[in-house]
Design a protein around this ligand. Structure first.
Ligand SMILES: *Cc1c(COP(=O)(O)O)cnc(C)c1O
Length: 374
């Protein structure tokens, strides 16, 4: 007897048949319910432990009486503000329901069935999902030291390649590419191939005090009309729950993305809050400093336990652990949610988001206890 699941599975497009859904991590409430723990902490989704700017929360309240109305589809005020900040024209800004919406718009606008989309092994999990969802062909380039191998990626790009994704820094590994290497890559790629530089962790990465030449690739938009730079309000700006991000690109590319974009894809509260958050530099700085200190705390603490985290430029750290499944289970029982198996092929790794000083300490203490048990 044919069951309903296989009836529809066989009718889905081949790319979708092979897909595994994105793993969003265990919600706090689910952990507390299933494990009977209280005061659980979540270090699993690279969220900002300080929470949003108080100014953003205030303007959201003011916006509530207008909720019967559709938002401004043109996103006029937010685009104008972002354009000023980045020194580009408003026509070069595309707003998205999270920056993952922009990544998806790029693939849907450019990559048809069977057409190549290039990204790295261990890169952001959404790249293969959005590629396969439209039947485009994923071209996964082996990583080098867990990071993007730009020379190998350039070699994998052909005149037919439609889109290339570069996550800088990358999630889940925290690895990055420096300015000179990224520029060389952009120069090597044919000018008709769209290159997306995904800078979801830009605000953390640019702040490094380690002498790393982390590039703000938006300054190259004038030279490379095929460049799309994506940013988000979900990470350093602490507005993940509202879903707002944006892309910066040539106006001709923006025009195409806007044709595919669903109307009103950014909700009214998200736009208002983002506008206020952009202006609250003090709050942003505070979060960035908490992260810089917390990243060192986690990195050093892990090394003292004999672990070897991958050096990270983001707000999380990723490390191999002898028995990652057992470690994850012990962490859950202690009320600490991290991300096990953060990428296919990284089965024995944990990814841990930087929390507050006390949250980081709790993660380290649980890991230390684990080692004590042998
Ligand atoms: C979190 C993340 C994003 C975007 O998330 P949104 O909430 O959709 O803005 C994009 N790329 C990477 C690499 C990320 O880690």
């Amino acid at each position: 007897m044919e069951d309903v699941a296989s009836r529809f599975l066989s009718r889905a497009i081949p790319g979708v048949q092979a897909l595994r859904p994105y793993n969003p991590g265990k919600p706090l409430e689910a952990l507390e319910r299933e494990y009977g723990v209280r005061d659980a902490i979540k270090l699993a989704s690279n969220e900002n432990p300080l929470g949003p700017s108080p100014r953003a929360l205030e303007v959201i309240n003011g916006e509530l009486p207008q909720l019967a109305r559709y938002p401004d589809d043109s996103g006029y005020r937010l685009k104008d503000k972002l354009a000023q900040r980045h020194g580009v024209e408003p026509a070069q800004v595309v707003l998205g329901c999270g920056s993952s919406n922009i990544l998806e718009l790029v693939v849907r606008s450019f990559a048809g069935p069977g057409e190549p989309v290039v990204f790295s092994e261990f890169a952001f999990a959404m790249y293969p999902i959005i590629t396969c969802a439209v039947g485009a062909r994923p071209v996964q380039v082996p990583a080098r030291d867990y990071g993007h191998d730009l020379a190998a990626m350039a070699a994998a790009v052909t005149a037919d390649t439609k889109v290339v994704f570069i996550a800088n820094p990358n999630n889940p590994t925290g690895t990055w590419v420096e300015a000179q290497a990224l520029r060389r890559f952009l120069e090597a790629v044919p000018p008709q191939v769209i290159v997306v530089v995904d800078e979801a962790y830009f605000e953390y990465a640019i702040d490094n005090d380690r002498g790393i030449d982390y590039p703000d690739s938006s300054r190259w938009l004038g030279e490379f009309p095929n460049l799309v730079v994506t940013r988000t309000f979900s990470k350093a700006y602490a507005l993940a729950g509202l879903r707002v991000g944006y892309g910066l690109c040539h106006p001709a590319v923006a025009d195409l993305l806007n044709r595919v974009r669903a109307p009103f894809n950014v909700n009214a509260l998200a736009m208002t809050a983002a506008l206020a958050a952009v202006d609250d530099d003090a709050h942003l700085r505070e979060g960035v400093v908490v992260n810089r200190v917390g990243l060192k705390q986690l990195d050093q603490g892990c090394r003292e336990l004999g672990l070897e985290p991958i050096p990270s430029l983001a707000n999380f750290i990723c490390m191999p652990v002898a028995d990652a499944a057992a470690a994850n289970e012990a962490l859950l029982r202690a009320g600490v949610i991290v991300r096990p198996r953060p990428s296919p092929g990284m089965d024995d790794f944990l990814r841990v988001s930087v929390g507050t000083e006390a949250e980081n300490r709790r993660f380290l203490a649980t890991m230390a206890g684990l080692r004590g048990q042998g």
